[in-house]
Design a protein around this ligand. Structure first.
Ligand SMILES: Cc1cc2nc3c(=O)[nH]c(=O)nc-3n(C[C@H](O)[C@H](O)[C@H](O)COP(=O)(O)OP(=O)(O)OC[C@H]3O[C@@H](n4cnc5c(N)ncnc54)[C@H](O)[C@@H]3O)c2cc1C
Length: 580
């Protein structure tokens, strides 16, 4: 086994904000002795302390899920009060009464911290440094106030995570996982009672690359960018297409149910990109949701239970992902007289069926922001603009696709269609799109963003974007718009510098969300729920569906310890944990 990436020293952690540190700290990829492994075989328990045999995993999965559900329901009775007898007829989910989970006292939490320190005597594994615990509960990328954790623990293996979960359970201490720290809805904030933050950055190894099967096994702290860099460096012509923020890692990506610019061609993390996950459940049991075969119709999809669960049902400690062939791409850019015409053009382009890997809208304000940011090699016209990444098997097919797209956008007033002349130009053009978030932030020095995230059926997008832009300009907010418009998803990045602007921005967000839901859409296309969107869940999904989610949560986590306050709208939050 190759050496581990050195953990940030105490001093580094003390003086660098964690979100910056995660970006600055090179995640050196190490492959353990299992690489390269081709063909079908068991993942041997003898070769990795983090993996158990597939057979043992399967058996454990069966018993663990069974006992978690039974134990969970028993625990649910214990923790939340008496339930109806087994002979009673089934009751509607939404009529069940539940009581507030009970957490440990400050003294209990102190004992938990002492036990963590005894369990992990290495001084860098358990930190109560005030800056460390605060930085893990705060983010510059969103608008939610920071809430410190009580302690941050850096596990190195599944076994370490089990030990942490057992201590959390013993002292009834909330527990929140922390990955790339790029969430935009406060998903890794601390809880008002205090709690344990599990920083997964030391679990950052690629364990197997199965080129013949187009899949890869890794720990959850590995980033999607590092996976793709590693594949490229090794000359393996495959890649992982889910592409949120560059510093995002697989554990956080699964947990937020993310996607990105490639979703229009490859779908989202709710597709079949995650073949299986190994998870430490709130009971402390370890399960592996499935084997590595591409297909399985053995029961319902327990992997998906953890996609979008935001760390509320278990801590993911190993992941198998699918990979896909790298195909030639190029980039085209075209401007429009207004945002409605640009979004209408997308609808037609998508229906031509040509190879579109990405289609991104940047509105006139964002084009100005890119010029203002100063990192682009060109000065863009301040016009609503579409960026296309075209995909094909060879140069000729790329040119053919470009021709079809050019004709389609022209019908909607598209002008100045530019096709990259070479790979370097394509990279430069795409880089301007990828810099959007930080160009937007630079537009208003000292501002923080609300990154909205509504998504609607594609045909409704022109109305939604148009009406939102009207709202923003009437209220005088600076809010560049960027959209994964091929999927009907867009973000108005609303900038605020004070409480009054924040309050106005929240009004716009609320109106956007209600409008999107009325169009049969969603309050979050890809960023997840966290603290910021939970108030809309019942309106969007219905009380019965939300209650089903809560029932699963209570079954797996009867003590309510895993990332409390996030995802589920409930009546127990005190003010600090309420939707911000
Ligand atoms: C500049 C920028 C651009 C972005 N672009 C996109 C985009 O295009 N598409 C998109 O979908 N999102 C985007 N995002 C949002 C963000 O990148 C995604 O939500 C991403 O999935 C978060 O991953 P992370 O590793 O940073 O997770 P974190 O933010 O660290 O954590 C996310 C959640 O997962 C939980 N968690 C973390 N690890 C585990 C684990 N091992 N087990 C269980 N739970 C765990 C955490 O508790 C938290 O609830 C962007 C964000 C930024 C800042």
């Amino acid at each position: 086994m190759l050496p581990r990436v050195p953990r940030p020293s105490f001093m580094q952690r003390k003086f660098l904000p964690s979100s910056l540190f995660i970006r600055a700290h090179p995640r050196v990829i190490s492959l353990n002795s299992r690489y390269p492994v081709k063909g079908l075989r068991f993942v041997s328990s003898s070769t990795s302390s983090n993996s158990r045999s597939s057979f043992s995993a399967r058996t454990t999965t069966f018993f663990a899920l069974g006992s978690a559900l039974i134990g969970g329901l028993l625990g649910f009775s214990f923790a939340y009060g008496p339930q109806s007898s087994v002979s009673s007829p089934p009751t509607s989910l939404s009529t069940k009464t539940v009581t507030k989970p009970r957490y440990g006292s400050a003294e209990d939490f102190q004992k938990a911290i002492e036990e963590l320190k005894r369990t992990f005597p290495d001084e860098d594994t358990v930190s109560t440094n005030p800056e460390d615990v605060y930085n893990h509960g705060f983010s510059v990328n969103d608008y939610h106030p920071g809430i410190s954790h009580s302690v941050v623990v850096y596990p190195s293996s599944t076994e370490d995570v089990v030990k942490i979960v057992k201590i959390a359970t013993k002292y009834r201490m909330p527990i929140t996982a922390y990955a790339g720290a790029t969430s935009l809805e406060g998903q890794f904030r601390g809880y008002s009672t205090g709690g344990i933050c599990i920083d997964m950055s030391q679990m950052n190894r690629i364990l197997e690359i199965n080129e013949a099967d187009s899949d890869l096994v890794c720990q959850p702290g590995v980033g999607w960018v590092e996976i793709n860099d590693t594949l490229r460096e090794k000359g393996i012509p495959l890649f992982f297409p889910i592409d949120p923020a560059p510093s995002a890692t697989l554990g956080g990506m699964i947990s937020n149910g993310c996607s990105g610019t490639n979703a229009v061609r490859y779908g989202t993390s709710k597709g079949e990109w995650f073949l299986n996950v190994t998870v430490v459940l709130p009971s402390g049991e370890v399960i592996k949701t499935r084997r590595r075969s591409r297909k399985s119709s053995a029961g319902f999809d327990t992997t998906k239970l953890f996609i979008g669960a935001e760390g509320t049902l278990g801590i993911i400690t190993e992941v198998t992902i699918r990979l896909t062939p790298v195909l030639p791409t190029t980039v085209a850019v075209v401007h429009f007289p207004d945002v409605r015409k640009a979004t209408e053009a997308v609808r037609d382009v998508m229906n031509t069926g040509v190879g579109i890997q990405c289609v991104e809208l940047l509105d006139d304000v964002f084009m100005h922001a890119i010029n203002n940011f100063g990192q682009s090699g060109r000065t863009w016209p301040i016009k609503d603009t579409l960026f296309f990444k075209l995909q094909g098997h060879n140069h000729a097919s790329l040119l053919e696709s470009a021709k079809v797209v050019k004709e389609a956008v022209k019908k909607h007033g598209g002008f100045d269609f530019q096709l990259a002349r070479n790979e370097k130009e394509a990279d430069d053009l795409w880089h301007d799109r990828k810099n959007a978030h930080y160009s937007g932030l630079a537009l208003v020095p000292g501002s923080r963003p609300i990154a909205t995230d509504v998504c609607v059926p594609v045909s409704r997008l022109p109305d939604l974007v148009y009406e939102t832009k009207q709202d923003l300009s009437t209220l005088g907010l600076v809010a560049p718009i960027v959209g994964h418009v091929g999927d009907g998803n867009f973000h108005a990045q609303i900038m605020f510098t004070n409480e009054a602007e924040l309050a106005t921005a929240k009004v716009v967000v609320e109106r956007m969300v209600h409008r999107a839901i009325a169009m049969d859409g969603t309050c979050t296309g890809e960023h997840g729920v966290g603290l910021g969107k939970k108030q809309y869940l019942v309106e969007e999904l219905g009380a019965g569906t939300v209650e089903l989610m809560k029932t699963v949560k209570r079954a797996l986590d009867p003590l309510g310890l895993f990332n409390p306050g996030k995802l589920y709208p409930d009546d127990f939050d005190d003010d600090k944990n309420k939707t911000q």
